[in-house]
Ligand binder design. Structure first.
Ligand code: FNR
Length: 193
């Protein structure tokens, strides 16, 4: 079972990146092969039609596409900015959507269609990024035909949630995150991926 974990924060000390590490570790503990992408580190340019016409889709988007194509499931961990997923997430999917079939890979849409995806978010606020999740759900289902799992977790008060080693302090919170990871791996298993 191959799991791709994507984090969409736009800062280095990100709570969402920490949450992505925790969830990825849980998936590894359950036997999954985990590949993680921090979109900030991937450093994709903002989508630009002229750049695309001149140079094609950037190599980093192709790398992400290849990782998505070879994965059985996606775990997307992103903050919300003003109730919306971060520009990094939308930008990454914009580039992915521009990839036709080629270089031994199908078009990005074939890669995402019927692929199970689960959502996590973290925020210092009381709602933990919950408001963006419905939008993200709709975005991934309607544009990319992904199977968005009902199970999700929005980690509130993220500033107090992690210990110095990066683990979640509260066992109930850790169990809730593990529940999302379990649901995702089991959905991917049921789909025969
Ligand atoms: C935020 N933040 C925020 N938090 C939230 O819960 N709901 C929101 O709508 C917003 N909106 C928002 C807009 C902008 C432009 C910024 C910069 C921040 C706060 C946000 O959750 C906080 O910065 C987190 O620390 C971001 O997650 P990472 O980067 O720590 O993973």
């Amino acid at each position: 079972m191959k799991l791709l974990v994507i984090s969409g924060s736009q800062r280095q000390g990100s709570f969402n990146l920490r949450l992505a590490h925790v969830a990825g570790g849980m998936a590894r503990d359950r036997g999954a092969e985990v590949q993680a992408f921090d979109l900030r580190a991937l450093n994709l340019p903002v989508y630009d039609g002229d750049l695309e016409a001149a140079q094609g889709v950037p190599a980093s988007a192709r790398t992400l596409h290849a990782a998505l194509a070879s994965s059985d499931a996606l775990l997307l961990v992103t903050p919300e900015y003003n109730g919306f997923p971060t520009p990094l997430v939308i930008n990454a999917f914009d580039w992915l959507s521009r990839l036709p079939a080629g270089e031994g890979l199908p078009a990005a849409l074939s890669t995402t269609t019927n692929k199970p995806v689960a959502l996590l978010s973290a925020s210092p606020g009381a709602l933990g990024g919950l408001r963006s999740m419905n939008l993200l759900r709709q975005y991934l289902q309607m544009n990319f035909q992904m199977l968005v799992l009902p199970q999700q977790n929005a980690l509130s008060r993220a500033g107090e949630a992690f210990d110095d080693a990066g683990a979640l302090k509260d066992p109930k919170t850790a169990a809730a995150v593990a529940g999302v990871v379990d649901a995702l791996l089991s959905a991917a298993g049921r789909l025969g991926r």
